[in-house]
Design a protein around this ligand. Sequence first.
Ligand SMILES: [Zn+2]
Ligand SMILES: [Zn+2]
Length: 344
Amino acid sequence: MKAVLFEKFQEAPKVVNVADPAPEAHGVVLKVEATGVCRSDWHGWMGHDSDIDLPHIPGHELAGVVEAVGKDVKNWKVGDRVTVPFICGCGSCSECHAGHQQVCLHQEQPGFTHWGSFAEYVPIHQADLNVVALPEAMDFATAASLGCRFATSFRAVIDQGKVSAGQWVAVHGCGGVGLSAVMIASAAGANVIGVDLDPEKLALAKELGAVAAIDGKGDVVEAIKEITKGGAHVSLDALGHPATMTNSILCLRPRGKHIQVGLMLGDHAAPAVPMPKIVGQEIELLGSHGMQAHRYGAMLDMVESGKLNPARLVGDKISIDAAPEALMNMDKFQSVGATVITSF
Ligand SMILES: [Zn+2]
Ligand SMILES: [Zn+2]
């Protein structure tokens, strides 16, 4: 099969031919129809992820068609249109038994713990637990964009943030994750404030439901406190940077919730956290890490009913031959909308 492979971290990946994967007894192989290019892939390529063994094929935001089924799989057949969370549970640890596959103790991540979806085919483990059927009307590029950014935002806003109507929600960083969070929190009835350095992204945040947009170059904390008359109830760092994390914590009202969604790796792995406010105002700090397959139904129902429209966040559609270049440029400020590989 054709695939994007790198032999060394930080060395340009190449489009090569490798052997087709075969399904494990409990797994499936998917024919990839669309796969998003994500900043997490860039972190992996840089060498920030200890799960990656070389040589490696990245790619974790995927949708496709079941191509081959392992002998123990009960729920899927060849030809099914599906997607997967980027974190796949093992099915046998205590977290999986409790339904928290997104923090599985032995998790598999396509494009990290094994070869991913920048390829014609990708193997998925524990298919009955991890694979999700797509609604008929959803195209593959939109479905691919759900698996990481949109689903992660859904869990961050709905399951971790427990955002409710009338709350003030601040979203720091309006890239793919942040714009998804703006859309989801607005659909949940919250008043959302988007923060970014890029006026184009702020304009899109307002189109997607934000009631206010703040230029990240100014005094973000003061601006949010003024608009909200005292601070946000829930605030997300959707970028993953010490500056956005700090603003997100400091813009909260007493007993507010900070949700860290953006990854903080490499030089940013141990940021200074404003602890006096967290103690003195009983601020909650929560991480959010993907979303387990059994919660996709709630999100997909909101997409089907038209309350959420992830297709708005799909950007450039590229071929696999353009993927190495796109991957290496992911640390630059991203274009509005997710880049998705749709031809192989
Ligand atoms: Zn598990
Ligand atoms: Zn991703």
